[in-house]
Write a protein that binds this ligand. Structure first.
Ligand code: PEP
Length: 246
């Protein structure tokens, strides 16, 4: 039985005071049956680490450089994330693929760099609405995951995968539990062909997860929790989602 994982993606939101209130709310909602984590903007890693140090809530970043170190202005390395106690780094979020032209290979290289420093990459894959309507969902997510599987090779079983249909992110339009499960099933089958750990691996669903749809999504056989954007910014909503696991 896989343990559920709920990860909040704060995106580019936050302030010292808002973070303190949000983190206090999440800590106050314990105990959770699921593992819970927040992925925060880089400047807030330090205060998040302090606020969560004595708890079982984990934290992480929303990106990580593919490079170890060097003249890469603005980038943050996996070694730096490791120093901040990051458990996770989201890589390949659709907002980075779209606005920063991140390729499948770059995402795979970032995942490899994270793992090399003991930071678990949460690798996002997902199709756009046009790709879904063209019947290309399977081909797109398989291509995106395949790049990471090949690059991580024997370590592929150590990543977390997040299926995030682009048309469901921040739109209020959620994939139905059946639509999401169908893609998760495909992804797990692809992982089976690559690693003996496939059955133990965590595959998250992301895309307008809310307190009122979380339980149904998380009840699907291959959905092991959620990557939650907007709803992770309100403590009451995020706590409710974290509690929507059995
Ligand atoms: C996300 O940013 O990963 C996400 C899933 O956002 P939202 O929950 O707001 O759709």
């Amino acid at each position: 039985m896989r343990r559920k994982l709920i990860v909040g993606n704060w995106k580019m939101y936050g302030s010292h005071s808002a973070n303190a209130e949000l983190l206090a709310g999440i800590v106050g909602g314990r105990p959770y049956l699921a593992d819970v984590a927040v992925c925060v903007p880089f400047p807030y890693l330090s205060e998040t680490a302090v606020a969560l140090a004595a708890t079982d809530i984990r934290w992480g970043a929303q990106d990580c450089s593919a490079h170890e170190q060097g003249a890469y202005t603005g980038e943050v390395s996996a070694a730096m994330l490791q120093e901040f106690g990051c458990r996770y780094a989201i890589v390949g979020h659709s907002e980075r693929r779209q606005y920063h032209a991140e390729s499948d290979q770059l995402v795979a290289d970032k995942a490899k760099a994270a793992l090399a420093r003991g930071v678990t990459p949460i690798v996002c894959v997902g199709e756009t609405l046009a790709q879904r309507e063209a019947g290309d969902t399977e081909a797109v997510v398989k291509r995106q995951l395949s790049a990471v599987i090949h690059t991580l090779a024997h370590c592929a079983g150590e990543m977390v995968v997040a299926y995030e249909p682009v048309w469901a992110i921040g739109t209020g339009r959620t994939a139905t539990p059946e639509q999401a499960q169908a893609v998760h099933h495909l992804l797990r089958a692809q992982l089976h062909a690559a690693t003996p750990r496939a059955d133990a691996m965590t595959i998250l669903y992301g895309g307008s997860v809310k307190p009122d749809n979380a339980a149904q999504l998380f009840a699907q056989a291959d959905i092991d929790g959620g990557l939650v954007g907007g709803a992770s910014l309100k403590a009451a909503d995020f706590v409710a989602i974290c509690r929507a696991t059995t």
